[in-house]
Write a protein that binds this ligand. Structure first.
Ligand code: AKB
Length: 315
């Protein structure tokens, strides 16, 4: 039987810790190694966790060789808001990290590589509603620029070097188990925490700012579904649009008020408004649904009920 050994880079982040648990369920804890530049503690301590810096190429290559890694999920990245504050470092981590992983895939003949792109790869002249899979991409954030360039690198390594690299353009990801770090869509996570702790929330986006969003359970499912799909079904090697729901701050506040009637939202847009305004409002993910059977399970109502039920245990 074929042996699988999975490496997750950037496992301490919002998606990483939940994806690690999803991969434990498929491959067993012994066959999954979660890594990050610092130990996040918590749930990851229940499996293999090691310190690994993707920017140190030799450390990465030695790690892959020593542990006989067969698949890499490379999640380490600087997100949109943080990237604007430190653009050179965002470029360095987001690009050099990806290229190190893709070179490792060639050198060690890895079975598969996963790398996330984002709606941030689109820009102000991209069609905003039901944004097509193939369209204008003119990202204005450094994070978005790294995502668009990263997509081109993935396609190139697939075409020219035969790397089985797979990718999704994530919308805003909403989970409650770990805190997000430095994104523009993160208001949709903070709002639940503030609704439960303070019954009020000041939003850094304006009330009618629509963005595509996805519940973390669906994001983990989309990622694993794509990675488990037979290679011939993965027809797009840049990155797939994936979508689940689209809402504005006013709409998510209303959904929360159905459970917490005295919850109040106010608006004080900051520099992140311009970032959000440059992104799609909703995505067309027909290709993902057709090629490898993507289906989401959570809409705004279902997600809101689930988070408000489970989040108190994490506060
Ligand atoms: C961000 O807001 O930067 C991320 C993203 C949409 O990629 N959540």
């Amino acid at each position: 039987m074929k042996k699988h050994k999975i490496l997750i880079i950037g496992a301490g982040g919002q998606l990483g810790s939940e994806l690690t648990q999803g991969l434990w369920a498929i491959y067993g804890k012994d066959n999954v190694i979660a890594t990050d530049i610092k130990d996040p503690g918590g749930i990851l301590a229940q499996g293999n966790f090691e310190i690994l810096d993707v920017l140190k190429q030799k450390q990465l290559f030695d790690f892959i060789a020593k542990n006989e890694i067969t698949q890499v999920y490379h999640l380490a990245a600087v997100l949109s808001a943080t990237g604007e504050r430190n653009p050179k470092f965002a470029w360095h981590l987001n690009m050099d990290g990806l290229i190190h992983v893709l070179d490792a895939a060639v050198e060690y003949k890895l079975d598969k590589v996963y790398w996330p792109s984002s709606i941030a790869a689109f820009g102000p002249t991209t069609p905003k509603d039901n944004t097509p899979q193939d369209t204008i991409m003119d990202p204005t954030t450094i994070y978005g620029i790294t995502k668009q360039a990263g997509e081109r690198w993935c396609e190139w390594y697939h075409q020219k070097q035969g790397v089985d690299v797979r990718s999704l353009r994530y919308p805003g990801l909403i989970g409650y188990k770990t805190k997000p770090g430095g994104g523009t869509t993160d208001y949709a996570v903070d709002i639940f925490i503030k609704a439960l702790t303070d019954k009020k929330f000041e939003c850094f986006l304006s009330e009618n700012t629509y963005l595509p969003m996805m519940y973390m359970d669906d994001a983990v499912k989309a990622t694993i579904d794509l990675m488990e799909a037979p290679a011939e079904k993965v027809k797009i090697r840049s990155s797939y649009n994936v979508s689940a729901m689209s809402f504005s701050p006013a709409e998510i506040a209303k959904a929360i008020q159905k459970h917490i009637p005295d919850f109040a939202i106010s608006y004080n847009p900051d520099f992140r408004q311009a970032i959000a305004d440059s992104w799609p409002k909703s995505l067309d993910d027909t290709a993902a649904r057709k090629d490898w059977g993507w289906q989401h399970a959570f809409d705004l109502e279902k997600m809101t009920a689930d988070i408000l039920k489970n989040l108190p245990a994490y506060l």
